[in-house]
Structures are given as C-alpha cells and as structure tokens.
Design a protein around this ligand. Structure first.
Ligand code: BES
Ligand code: MN
Ligand code: ZN
Length: 494
C-alpha cells in the first residue's frame, strides 16, 4: 500500500520520473536542483516565476506539465517562503503541501529534491525521515470497506529522494515508521463493528508470529476476573463484544534489562455508557481506541527494526455500552490492586480500563511506562488539535518525551500534575472518584492515572485532539507513533 522509497541514482535533470518536486524561495537563489532543471528546460522555472504562475509563499504549489528538455513528465514547484524563516516546521509544511498536491495526480513515480535544502539543527537523516513520512502520510488511502472513486489517483508506487548522501539507516527507519503510522491509522479508521476487542487481539497476535524475540499474551474476561481487574471489567459489562487485554512483548535487549512499557487505551467504541453521549459527534468515538492502535503499531516497527530494547506493549481493548448489565454512576468498583473507585460518570471509562492495564504492566517491573489515550475532551479544549497533552511527575522522562516530540514534529505540550489537583478526585464512598469535576479535566484524569503508576517512572499522553482529524471525512492521523518511535530509538541508542 505504501510506496517504495529509495535514493535516486541520477541527477534530477536526468531522472525519468512522473513528477519532480522542486522548491524555490522568495528571497534567495534557486536551490541547486531547481536551478539545474531551469537550465535544462531553458528557463521554464524562471518564466513560471516571472509570470506569477508559481508563487513563493510557503506551501504554494504550481504544476508545470510536460516540460521539454528533461525526462520528468511534470514539475511541481513549491513555494518555500523566506530563506531566513525556513526552519524544521516550514520544511515539513512544504513537504506536506507538495505531497497533498501530488496525491490525486496520475503520477506513480515521484521525485523529491527538497531534501537538499539545509535547515538549522536538522541533518540529512532527519530530512530524509520527514520526506518519507510526509509522502507516506499523503499516499495513505482508506479502502477496507469502500470502493475507490473513479477520480481518485492511484497514489505513488515509488518515491525517489534526491540530494542527500544516502542515509540508508534513516531511510529504513523511516519506512518502518511510516508502515507503523499507516497501521495505526488503519486500525483507527476501521468501523467499530469490525474493529472489536477480539479483532484488535487477532491483529496483535499476528504481529508476534514467527519471531522468537516476540510473544503475545491475550487475556480474556475470565483471565481478567482471576486477576481482579474490577475496573476494566466494569466498563466491559454492558457490551456483547467481550474485552481483551493484549500484551505484546519484544525481547531485543539484554535479558536482565528492565522493559519499557507502553499502555494504550483501546475503547473500540465509546457511547459514554449509562451517561450516554449526545448524538452529535458520537460516531467519532470509534477512534477511542487510537491509543491502543498506536502502541500496537509501535510494536510492529520495533520488531521490524529489531530495536535492541525490551518492550511490553499493552492494549486494553473494551467497548463502553449502555445495557441492562452495564455499570452505573455511583457503582463502587475495585481495581486489581484493591483500590476502590466510585464511578461518578460512566463516560470517564478510559482511566478505568487504563488503571488495571497499568497495574498489570507493573508486574513486568518496567524502567519506564507511558500510557497513550484519547482520554479527555478537556485536553482538546486546552491544546486544540495540534499538540498531545503530556503529563508526568518524572522530570527526566517528561524531558525525554518532549525532546522526542520536537525531533519528530509529533508535538506534545506538558500540563502540570501537581498534587493540588488530587483533591478534586476525593470520594465519600471509595478511595477515589473517577471524575474530578468541572475544572482541569485533562489534568485530573492524569492525576487519577498517576495514583496507579506509583513507583514507576511514568508519563501520560492524552491524544484526544491529535489522534484523528475531525469531521465527516476525518481520518486517523497515526499520532503519536512518530513521537514514541523517536523516543524509543533514542533509548535504544543510549
Ligand atoms: N473518549 C472520551 C474523550 C474524548 C472526547 C476524546 C471527545 C475526544 C473527543 C472519554 O472517554 C470521555 O468521554 N471523557 C469525558 C470525561 C468526563 C466525563 C470527565 C470527557 O472528556 O468529556
Ligand atoms: Mn468516555
Ligand atoms: Zn473514551
């Protein structure tokens, strides 16, 4: 489904591609590849610029068809804005604009020359990674449950990268990352009548197959009852689709090394339960398993890249439904460690499945634990759809994750988890309540989870705003797979 990526063997002016992406600045000389094409085409680029067909505003794209003098069938000229302002974000945004403009063309062989443009603090490997991820993001199509429309292009078959000195490792890492992002997107996009807890478990099982360093354990309702996972099971009570706790393990590191644990929220559909959600937008709650999809996808990339780390990826897969058997507001339930929880709202279900999954993860004595969850609407109110919410009481871990988010451009922003907020979770009838009232909903959800992470360096990523694009045609984004893989690659290297 994703195109094949490789480094070009030829100069851009000699490459037989269906479309060649070139950049130009508002206030700087033409980049080398752009200048070479301009010469070979006897000034085509200069004419397009002079006549206003190709603007230099960042992300403006102009398609020049069938140029003479070069084997390329088309040229896509992308505005890069002002040279001095061309930073990492501008670079990614130019790539994204270019790839979006290409995705519906009949062009199967894409060539990209933007990688040669230097930007501060980002090397060739980084530029290669971004070029691959951006092209893959644009090339992704959802097709599992529909027929393609006639006017949709088929997307690229091959992407050639020009202007870098073959950073092969970066290319391989990026291709694996792109496949992981695509998997997370696909699982997120699948409808909840197909993507049930059992379905997620089978997809995860397949990822552990045929590999001695990988294994999978899938806990069903009975196994979870044995373990006393009363919080997770309470959420599952109203659903005919039985819950699964999916535990993937990768042993690529030294056997004595403590694993890293990732825990994903996998609510395959969140109706809200007895505290039923309003109809408007409820269909988007099929994406409430994007945390689980992300950790499963990260596992796939770690396995593919054979990273020298030990990893436990846990996905708590549960459906939250209203029913005669469903849990109710005011129920008091008991988590695996004996903590009693007063359910004040059945729609605050994510933290209930995560607390048992995190307690289970602790059995592996992880060196660090990160949970990933579409946890609160409040996080979207706070940060919008640009940044994931990062919460942690561990300064070092928070700093590592923020650095990974800058590196990958899969951005996160930290919110505080001060003890002051803990008071909002007090309950008269149990050790803790599952909601913290009107204010700081993203943070009080984080505080709830913090209680169950006690003793382990832990961080929480609230991806409620970043996991999918809103609206009728909004697709899952695959976030925060890139952030997590950047973090794990760094951990593997240290
Ligand atoms: N899955 C939702 C969070 C959510 C809502 C994500 C909208 C993305 C968009 C979560 O289970 C939920 O319902 N949270 C409640 C918590 C509240 C009852 C304390 C919320 O955010 O409203
Ligand atoms: Mn909910
Ligand atoms: Zn939810």
């Amino acid at each position: 489904m994703l195109p094949h990526f490789s480094f070009a063997e030829q100069a851009p002016e000699l490459a037989p591609v269906d479309v060649l992406v070139l950049g130009h600045f508002e206030d700087d000389a033409l980049p080398e590849a752009t200048a070479a094409i301009d010469r070979a085409t006897e000034g085509l680029i200069g004419r397009a610029r002079a006549r206003g067909d190709a603007r230099t505003r960042l992300g403006y794209t102009a398609l020049l068809r069938y140029p003479s003098g070069v084997p390329a069938e088309r040229i896509l000229l992308v505005g890069l804005g002002k040279r001095a302002e061309f930073d990492a974000l501008a670079f990614r945004s130019a790539l994204d604009s270019a790839h979006r403009a290409l995705r519906d063309l009949p062009a199967r062989r894409w060539g990209n020359t933007l990688l040669q443009i230097e930007i501060p603090h980002r090397d060739e490997s980084w530029r290669t990674r971004q070029a691959v991820l951006s092209a893959a993001q644009a090339a992704y199509r959802y097709s599992a449950t529909k027929r393609p429309k006639n006017d949709e292009g088929q997307g690229p078959e091959e992407v050639l990268l020009f202007g870098v000195e073959r950073p092969v490792q970066a290319l391989n890492e990026a291709a694996a990352e792109a496949r992981a992002v695509a998997l997370a997107r696909e699982l997120g996009n699948l409808p909840p009548n197909i993507c049930t807890p059992a379905y997620l478990a089978e997809r995860a099982r397949a990822l552990a197959e045929g590999e001695t360093l990988a294994s999978v354990e899938i806990l069903d309702r009975a196994a979870m009852e044995q373990l006393g996972m009363g919080a997770l099971l309470a959420v599952a009570k109203g659903s005919a689709n039985e819950p699964r706790l999916i535990v993937l393990s990768w042993k690529g590191g030294p056997s004595e090394q403590a694993p890293i644990a990732l825990v994903g929220k996998g609510i395959t559909f969140d109706t809200g339960g007895i505290n039923l959600k309003p109809s408007n937008g409820i269909e988007e709650m099929k994406f409430d398993m994007c945390g689980a999809a992300a950790v499963i996808a990260v596992f796939q990339a770690v396995r593919e890249l054979r990273l020298p780390i030990n990893l436990i990826a846990i996905a708590a897969a549960v459906e939250n439904m209203p029913d005669g058997a469903a849990y109710r507001p005011s129920d008091v339930i008991t988590a695996m460690d004996g903590t009693t929880i007063e359910v004040l709202n059945t729609d605050a279900e994510g933290r209930l499945i995560l607390c048992d999954a995190m307690l289970y993860a602790k059995r592996f004595k992880p060196q660090a634990m990160v949970d990933v969850a579409t946890l609160t609407g409040a996080c979207v109110v706070a940060l919008g759809k640009h940044a994931s919410g990062l919460m942690s009481r561990d300064e070092a871990l928070a700093a590592e994750l923020l650095a990974a988010s800058e590196e990958s451009l899969d951005r996160a922003w930290r919110l505080p988890l001060w003890k002051d907020y803990d008071k909002q979770l007090e309950s008269a009838f149990a050790d803790i309540a599952n909601i913290g009232g009107k204010w700081a909903g993203a943070i009080t959800a984080g505080c709830f989870l913090a209680r169950f992470a006690e003793g382990v360096p832990w961080a929480h990523l609230d991806i409620a705003g970043t996991a999918w694009e809103e609206g009728r045609k909004g697709l899952a984004t695959g976030r925060p797979v890139s952030l997590l893989l950047s973090w794990l690659r760094r951990r593997a290297a240290s």
